[in-house]
Design a protein around this ligand. Sequence first.
Ligand code: GTP
Ligand code: MG
Length: 369
Amino acid sequence: MSIKQSHSYSLGIVGLPNVGKSTIFNVLTKMSVPAENFPFCTIDKNVGIVQIPDDRLEKLAKHFNAKKVVPSMMKFVDIAGLVKGGSKGEGLGNQFLSHIREVDVIMYVLRGFESEKITHVYDRIDPLEDYEIVQSELILKDMESVEKRIASSEKMKRIGDEKAGIEVELLEKVLEKLNEGIPVIDMKHNPEEKEILEELSLLTNKKRFFILNTRADIDNEKTTNWKKELENETGDKVFIVDIKLLSEMAEMEEGEIQEYMDMFDKKPNRVEDIIEGAFEVLNLITFYTGSEKECNAWSIVKGSTVKEAAGVIHTDLEKGFITADVVNLEKMLEVGGWVEAKENGLVKNHGKEYVVEDGDYIIILANTK
Ligand SMILES: Nc1nc2c(ncn2[C@@H]2O[C@H](COP(=O)(O)OP(=O)(O)OP(=O)(O)O)[C@@H](O)[C@H]2O)c(=O)[nH]1
Ligand SMILES: [Mg+2]
């Protein structure tokens, strides 16, 4: 039985041109060290798969002296900057929007930094308005997709397809709301409607969060207000990130970074904070498996059962699932290991309905023939 690479969730980076998207993409994707233990692969010049930094996995691997360590992964997609009217052929951006159809979460990068040298396409600094512009482009692209789908469903409806009829009715309502500037994710839909909409992979139906790119050493009122306004308007998480600082830190040694960080009263957000943010937005937790041969970290949506967790590792493990022994990884290591954890009654045996908790170390018993 082969071990499947943990399904990697993916994140799409969007924003106006020259706001720091590629810079942050480079910082995020450079985290990987060139050791075979930490697989890193660049699929395309603007797509990178990154290992999730994970202290608990490191501790587990050290405990077992594991030959191989397989962290959980996240895929990042960096696209060209969007501009107003992109959907009508301005700039390059809109044609690249299709590259982020499949991502699980969208990270907006908004420019808050002033610089004479770096041109702003609209010659002013206004992250809130920039957000509106970028979002409008996503909405326009979605309207295009919805209109196309309505046209094809109409045909099916005419030949008596009942489901197509329901779909047309729903999509027409969605189109109307999109036209009012409401992203799909902010509309109210019942589970059946949600399912129909899922299929369309609409850009404004994705979870999202914001990077407000501005200098870390000036904690000014302007930045705080931008953050508040954005949070109020969207209800989503906003990270203040000094992208230039991060890219400078990427070139430094760890000791040097610490010295640098100590200069700030309030610690600037780092790459780990951004990834943690993405995990939170996606509602993901991590569980662990492995021993001397190989230690793995796996990401899974909070609320998943241990049987579903088995499926993340291998479909055969889910199909043949019998039972699982589960212990909190850190508690297990505290008492000295698996045997000690068992002796101390920390290991619990669970059936398929057990809901996995963040930090669980799991041994699955399955009939895989
Ligand atoms: N002063 C300053 N410059 C920055 C910052 N972030 C990025 N830059 C600079 O801005 C320029 C554009 O950055 P990119 O990361 O290429 O921007 P982008 O959003 O990918 O731009 P497009 O690919 O054109 O859409 C580069 O010269 C960066 O060095 C920042 O926080 N402060
Ligand atoms: Mg770029």
